[in-house]
Design a protein. Structure first.
Length: 188
């Protein structure tokens, strides 16, 4: 599956505003999130290595993106990020990642379209009620009257946040950065 390449030099890069500085070392709160595969996932109960990439929203071919989406630093790139994780799925598994999820504030119905269209071999989690967002005080922004998450990636060891990537830019390189961190940390 090929996507039109994004010229990231034309997209404003997000800046580190310190929005995730409080996260390393925190245990995941007991919050159950609906997944696109029909499960309810409690991130506080995950054993082993887990990667949760958090993204603003996945666009759909039949719907317009919010106004000024490409001008919003860090907003663009959810599909390339998801596809990069799809393409590196086996590499992550080979490094001991037992759980891989994407997470946004969109509903599972909306997310299911992306899972099918992009052929993702992992589930997306919905935080539509913002329960995890509030519990972890995740950085957010507003677009078209919606609360959306700023892009970040959490690497968990036995449900404790071991590493946070923030900001994530360009998003299509996030999976490769996670693999590099896992290799450097000798986690596998």
């Amino acid at each position: 599956m090929s996507l039109t390449a994004v010229d990231w030099s034309t997209i404003p890069a997000p800046r580190d505003d310190g929005g995730t500085a409080h996260l390393p070392g925190l245990a995941m709160p007991r919050v159950s999130l609906p997944a696109t595969d029909g499960r309810a996932v409690d991130l506080s109960a995950l054993a082993g290595l887990a990667v949760i990439y958090i993204y603003p929203m996945t666009g759909r071919p039949d719907r317009a993106l919010p106004d000024d989406w490409d001008a919003t630093p860090g907003a663009r790139g959810c599909t390339p990020q998801s596809c990069a994780y799809r393409d590196h799925f086996a590499d992550l598994r080979a490094r001991g990642v037992s759980h891989l999820f994407g997470l946004s504030t969109q509903t599972t119905d909306w997310q299911s379209e992306a899972v099918d269209r992009l052929h993702l071999p992992y589930a997306l989690l919905s935080d539509a009620d913002l329960s995890l967002t509030r519990a972890l005080n995740l950085p957010t922004f507003q677009a078209d009257g919606q609360t959306l998450l700023r892009r970040c990636t959490l690497i968990l060891r036995d449900s404790v946040i071991a590493q946070v990537n923030y900001p994530v830019f360009p998003p299509d390189q996030d999976a490769a950065r996670v693999i590099a961190w896992l290799d450097a940390a000798g986690v596998a």
